[in-house]
Design a protein around this ligand. Sequence first.
Ligand SMILES: [Zn+2]
Length: 73
Amino acid sequence: MPRDPVCGMQVHALWATAEVEYDGQRFFFCSLACRDAFVQHPERYVEPSSADADEGPPAPSGSTPHEGKCCWM
Ligand SMILES: [Zn+2]
């Protein structure tokens, strides 16, 4: 389930009050206040996806940081 990056609340995409697309990702917000806070300083709320330590949602295809055994590391 998507999470409101501003307040941390889980927001179902269908129930979200507001929606913003940033850096190729789509973010959902519980309120317009959260949406406004995000659009003013999106970099403050966007975390690298690799740092997500939550319940381990299924990884979206095409966003794997490494392709198997890295050849350049
Ligand atoms: Zn919120």
